[in-house]
Write a protein that binds this ligand. Structure first.
Ligand SMILES: [Cu+2]
Length: 369
């Protein structure tokens, strides 16, 4: 199977006016961050420290910053119209759902590769290659047995693919064919097995195509579901901002120290579930450490029983696990890489455990309560 060329109509659709209409895209302001993006913030649509208190927002108050050891950044990321780490944390994209004649559920997404500058720390911009204009790409979510249908369009400047982790026919594995700029290709396969998977570009050189930003989380839910919980996606990533083959900025979900500045609010005693993915390039491992509590590990999310209780887990690139925990005490609970260097370079955040938090507040409860 070969990629198709984009038609003139496809290109028009990707133009400045049409790009915002792409299904599943959070931010696609090709006009540039200096123009329309900043102008929007003057309208008072979110923006600034007050947004952490917005209904349904995951983050807490920036006042909590001093509680997490003095590490952090000066200034604010995410001018309006840019990638919002709060929104990304709890944004699960279930695609467009249709039912086939044979009764099978089909979930369809359009994913567009685009070159785009992204802000990885206040004032630090990185020339990324993105899926749908954001890094990480959208979190795709389905149930085991669904048909996954992804229309991939390459509107970037380099050849790309989408390689999905999980089980599927090799023709749908996203190593070949390479999709050149101006081409499109459709991936379709049955979602198997349930667990936490990953998708990323598999074009050579892999180090470059991955660290430039072409990756995202791919969740396949078990048919019976999981217990209701405050659910979050954390993709551990890093950026080589001076292209010397080493990372200068580390984070979960791209923005250095973001959840240190805006702690994630959860209810005391609530079940919390983090879909934790490591895509960090250049460094052999990354890790997740939680303060003042222990968590249960569900390796790759492919089993419903836990394999261990710990407060620190080490992960190679491409590994991903579910972790679950309850915070028994109110207050700030740091989380960070236990490579101190990574933590000091941005991979640091905090949960704020709050008494009596509504199920829809903070990181919202996901599933039937
Ligand atoms: Cu690529």
């Amino acid at each position: 199977m070969k990629p198709e060329k984009l038609s003139r109509r496809d290109w028009l659709k990707l133009g400045a006016a049409g790009v915002a209409g792409i299904s599943g895209a959070t931010v696609l302001d090709l006009a540039g961050r200096g123009g329309a993006g900043r102008a929007l913030s003057a309208t008072g649509l979110g923006g600034g420290p007050s947004r952490g208190h917005a209904p349904g927002g995951a983050a807490g108050s920036p006042d909590s910053q001093q509680d997490t050891g003095g590490l952090g950044v000066v200034g604010e990321t995410r001018p309006e119209g840019e990638f919002d780490p709060d929104a990304f944390l709890t944004d699960f994209d279930y695609g467009e759902v249709t039912t086939r004649d044979d009764g099978r559920t089909v979930r369809s997404w359009e994913i567009v590769a685009l070159d785009r500058e992204i802000e990885v720390a206040p004032g630090v911009w990185y020339p990324a290659w993105t899926y749908n204009g954001q890094v990480p790409g959208p979190t795709l979510r389905c149930t085991a047995g669904d048909i996954v249908h992804v229309d991939f369009v390459n509107a970037g400047s380099h050849p790309h693919t989408i390689h999905f982790h999980g089980a599927h026919p090799p023709a749908m594995d996203g190593v070949t064919p390479v999709v050149n700029p101006g081409e499109k290709f459709t991936y379709e396969f049955e979602a198997q097995p349930f667990g936490l998977h990953l998708y990323h570009c598999h074009t050579l050189p892999l180090t470059r195509h991955i660290h430039k930003g072409l990756y995202g989380a791919f969740i396949i839910d078990p048919p019976e579901g999981r217990a209701p919980a405050r659910e979050m996606v954390m993709v551990m990533n890093a950026f080589d901002t001076n292209f010397d083959g080493e990372n200068e900025i580390y984070a979960v979900n791209t923005s250095a120290f973001f959840h240190n500045q805006y702690p994630i609010r959860v209810g005391v005693g609530d079940l919390c579930r983090v879909y934790l993915v490591n895509v960090t390039e250049f460094d052999l491992i990354n890790s997740f450490h939680l303060h003042a509590a222990m968590f249960r590990v569900y390796r790759t999310g492919t089993r419903l029983d836990t394999s261990e209780l710990t407060d620190t887990i080490m992960m190679c690139q491409g590994e991903r696990h579910l972790i679950e925990f309850e915070l028994a005490h109110p207050g700030t609970h740091m989380f960070h890489a236990h490579q101190s260097e990574f933590a000091e370079l941005g991979w640091m955040g905090a949960f704020e455990a709050v008494e009596g938090l509504a199920a829809t507040d903070g990181a919202p409860v996901h599933g039937d309560v």
